[in-house]
Design a protein around this ligand. Structure first.
Ligand code: ADP
Ligand code: MG
Ligand code: MG
Length: 865
């Protein structure tokens, strides 16, 4: 097998073998962009190394040959004393893991060649700066010498010299190098002087970094396979640290936080590599490069546009300028917030870069859900006490207790407290603390700092560059001006404005995002399935309608029996011995329900609303405490102890399998008849106002055709009587919920007695599995961790079991009535993973909770594409 690919041999499709970075370096080379030459060692080589604990036999030869090629291209020699070729050794796996693995720059220098390099470049200061950087990175990556050891040396020297490291004199740099070597020695290590040896151990170290704990954690969090391995990219160095006409930077082709078009990024003059990303110096905005180096800026803009047009996606680009010459060092599809993702997708369609279908497929349905989450209310923002302000690096409105390190964050999180991680800057070591935080706040660093990139990738609210924060890690306090707060204090973080507030600000739902609206309009154009909402209160109905639900798939009526006054009447209906008492109670309930339905129809207007007749078990209505029993007894003029006995007689061992659903409709026909009357009379009222209501009445829990056959004519009789009395005629439908296995098995028969089906997957799932959804929590967790089940069947449809029953019910139902309309109104109706299955078995619509309607609209579009 081939282990090494020159950038000229690879291409953008080879992410599996070359990793994302290597594949894109090759692709950019192919496009003719100014990429320093180099080659990539494959991810397969990494896995072979990790398995065998040694590098493959053939690798050395292949690397030798690749180095030869590089030398002849650049007219330099690797390891030469007076004309040395320096390279970077860069990790890069298939999926980007920002800052998770390791990179070494300036590799190839040694005690001799640094002298030659100084001569060659005519810049001794620069040459020694490169060498001290190499010693630092090499020590960290290859020998795992803590970075801090080197940083402390720099700090100490900065203090005694009174200048920062980039202003050190040549003498000071040389002294620093001596001190760095002492650090090596103290660790019992030696910096190899042979360039080739440096390279070999560096390659191994990058391979090993695949298994370092933070990379491991990151992969677990992001569900990335641990067997992919990392590639190693070996690339000729270009030097952003070679003076005032040099620099290095990071630029996004669009704003990764808001999605706004226009370049977004940062750079540092006279700096190398990690200087920008690490957030050590706060960098300049990319727009200022236009003044600083107009020609470079022009060229860079052109290349950014080229790359975006080529990849049809927002790009995250690393570049370096060496003596006014621009080099491209990396490009990838940029991580972005959900809000930005949607805006970018929509605008790229408008710009002709994407088709509508491509845009729809780029957005995960779950992203839409997070965007409908809360923001701070205007009142809250107005009254809030601002503590500090930084850069809004990742949007969100988050509240939590301040923690100054990942350990404390984990501790508080464990005890159930929301946390905000506040640090001078974050590094990959903080990853476990970051993921559990509601928000991340940093003192240093810009919009492309480690904290910002990771937070955006994970959808965590983040504010960076809060330069006023004076964090005292010893005293566990943070001070801004005169205000000091202790670790554990509640704060509110606005990731959009970058403002941090003391205390908890009030939150409200986010206002509408017109990009989501546009995207969902396109979704509706391609969808086959319709999306309905489940709603029964005026508020929920309005939300569903606002989100453009095509109808209401499940309007429960339970609450119409449970109000404080209403339940009393309902109890009389069940318990009264005299017919007239029953009648009276029913009439009161009728009045309540008519008013309720009128209100609901006024909101749903002419969109179909499926109203389900009473469903819960009888026992839920019965009084349990003696005072209530006595009160009812008094009202009904009954003997309390007799009433009590009667109630005991109605006791059920297993109410969910007991006297509920249409069984109530059979034993208490007057209840369903009252409901039918309320529905039809309210529909008549709205019809008279010119609104074309078509009532859809749904009978729950049918297991036997006979049940529907018994109930339906009674409902029709009531309806026809009321229609005749009002001298009006209009269409209405009586359907059933399919939520019992037997209903599925006999759906051809059931269909004879109804006009539509709606799958109640919650009951159907619990009845099919034979476990109660209220109790399943106790063991389902184990099933999931033990791998007995791949997912919770109450949140994602169980295709192999419940799904087979559904498929059968659809086929049998349509055997009897080819045009039978069928929907699903259980929890899984809004699950994007289930929706393609519902499309496959031929459902007409899915119905889900109002806030999931937008999510489902995108999911049904994706399942149609
Ligand atoms: P990461 O995956 O953590 O971003 P990279 O491999 O991209 O690591 O390297 C980090 C930084 O090092 C880059 O942003 C770039 O600025 C610098 N770098 C890498 N290779 C070179 C090179 N050949 N010449 C100059 N700078 C380089
Ligand atoms: Mg990089
Ligand atoms: Mg049910």
């Amino acid at each position: 097998t081939k282990h090494v690919y020159d950038f000229l041999e690879g291409n953008g499709e080879m992410r599996d073998e070359l990793g994302g970075k290597g594949a894109n370096l090759a692709e950019m080379t192919k496009l003719g962009l100014p990429v320093p030459p180099g080659f990539t060692i494959t991810t397969g080589t990494c896995m072979a190394y990790l398995n065998d604990n040694r590098l493959p036999e053939r690798l050395k030869e292949e690397v030798d040959a690749a180095i030869k090629t590089l030398e002849s291209k650049l007219n330099k020699t690797f390891g030469s004393q007076d004309n040395c070729l320096l390279v970077s050794v860069r990790s890069g796996s298939k999926f980007s893991m920002p800052g998770m693995m390791d990179t070494i720059l300036n590799l190839g220098l040694n005690d001799q060649s640094v002298v030659g390099f100084a001569k060659l470049t005519g810049d001794e200061h620069f040459a020694y700066d490169c060498y001290r950087r190499l010693l630092q990175m090499f020590g960290d990556v290859v020998y795992s010498i803590p970075k801090q050891r080197f940083e402390l040396k720099i700090k100490a020297m900065e203090e005694s010299a009174g200048v920062l490291v980039d202003q050190f004199s040549i003498e000071q740099l040389k002294e620093l190098i001596v001190e760095f070597k002492a650090v090596y020695q103290k660790e019992g290590k030696e910096f190899p002087q042979s360039a080739r040896e440096q390279l070999d151990v560096a390659i191994e170290a990058v391979f090993r970094s695949w298994n370092n704990p933070r990379a491991f954690t990151y992969r677990n969090l992001q569900n990335i396979d641990h067997d992919l391995g990392t590639a190693v990219n070996i690339q000729a160095m270009v030097f952003g640290n070679s003076g005032e006409n040099s620099g290095t930077g990071v630029v996004f082709s669009r704003n990764p936080s808001t999605g706004e078009s226009g370049f977004f990024g940062e750079y540092l003059i006279n700096a190398q590599g990690e200087d920008v990303v690490a957030g050590i110096r706060t960098p300049e905005k990319i727009s200022t490069l236009e003044d600083a180096m107009p020609e470079v800026y022009q060229e860079l803009s052109g290349l950014i546009t080229t790359l975006e047009n080529h990849y049809h996606d927002m790009q995250d680009i690393e570049f370096t300028i060496e003596h006014n010459k621009l080099y491209m060092l990396q490009t990838r599809n940029g991580k972005r917030t959900d809000k930005a993702a949607i805006r970018i997708a929509v605008e790229m369609v408008e710009e002709g870069l994407l088709t509508k279908e491509e845009a729809l497929l780029k957005i995960q349905p779950s992203m839409i859900e997070t965007l409908l989450h809360a923001v701070f209310s205007e009142a809250g923002l107005k009254d809030g006490e601002a503590f500090s302000k930084g850069l809004g690096a990742s949007p969100g409105a988050s509240i939590g207790r301040v923690c100054f390190d990942a350990v404390k964050a984990a501790e508080l999180h464990q005890s159930g407290e929301p946390v905000v991680l506040m640090r001078n800057e974050t590094s990959p070591e903080d990853i476990e603390g970051m993921i559990i935080s509601e928000a991340i706040v940093t003192n240093h660093g810009g919009m492309t700092s480690h904290a910002a990139v990771v937070a955006r990738g994970m959808g965590i609210c983040c504010v960076t560059g809060c330069e006023q924060l004076a964090i005292d890690e010893e005293a566990r306090t943070v001070t801004v001006n005169d205000v000091m707060i202790e670790e554990g204090t509640m704060i509110s973080v606005d990731g959009t404005s970058g403002v941090i507030y003391l205390g908890e600000l009030e939150k409200v739902l986010a206002e509408e995002d017109h990009n989501i609206k546009t995207l969902l309009t396109w979704a509706d154009e391609v969808a086959n399935l319709q999306v309905y909402g489940n709603a029964e209160t005026a508020r929920d109905l309005a939300v569903a309608m606002d989100f453009n639900a095509q109808g209401i798939g499940l309007a429960r009526t339970e609450h119409m029996f449970f109000g404080k006054e209403r339940i009393k009447e309902m109890r009389k209906v069940i318990l009264a011995e005299q017919d007239d008492e029953k009648r009276e109670a029913l009439n009161k309930l009728l009045a309540y329900q008519k008013a309720d339905f009128e209100e609901m129809y006024a909101i749903s207007q002419d969109k179909p609303m499926v109203i389900r007749l009473l469903d819960p078990p009888l026992h839920e209505f019965l009084p349990t405490n003696i005072n209530e029993i006595e009160e009812i007894a008094k009202e009904l003029k009954m003997n309390a102890s007799r009433l009590n006995k009667q109630i005991k007689g109605l006791h059920e061992t297993n109410p969910m399998l007991g006297h509920r659903g249409c069984r109530l409709g059979i034993t208490f026909p007057e209840i369903y008849e009252m409901q039918a009357q309320a529905i039809i009379e309210s529909a008549i009222t709205l019809r008279q106002k010119g609104i074309a209501i078509v009532p859809h009445i749904m009978i729950p829990l049918v297991s036997e055709q006979g049940e529907a056959a018994m109930i339906r004519p009674k409902l029709i009789a009531v309806i026809e009587e009321k229609l005749a009395a009002a001298n009006i005629q209009f269409e209405y439908q009586i359907g059933t919920m399919i939520e019992l296995p037997r209903a599925c098995l006999t759906a051809d028969k059931v269909a004879e007695s109804v006009d539509f089906f709606s799958f109640g997957t919650n009951d159907l799932t619990q009845m099919t599995y034979g476990f109660s959804r209220d109790d399943a929590g106790k063991f389902l967790g184990h099933y999931l961790t033990d791998g007995i089940m791949a997912h919770d069947p109450f949140t994602q449809v169980d295709e192999d079991g419940v799904g087979v029953l559904m498929d059968m019910a659809v086929k049998k139902g349509r055997q009897t009535k080819p045009d039978l309309r069928i929907g699903v109104c259980g929890e899984v109706g809004g699950s994007p993973e289930s929706i393609s299955f519902f499309e496959k078995i031929g459902l007409d619509y899915v119905s889900c909770s109002p806030y999931r309607v937008p999510v489902a609209r995108l999911a049904v579009a994706q399942s149609a594409l």
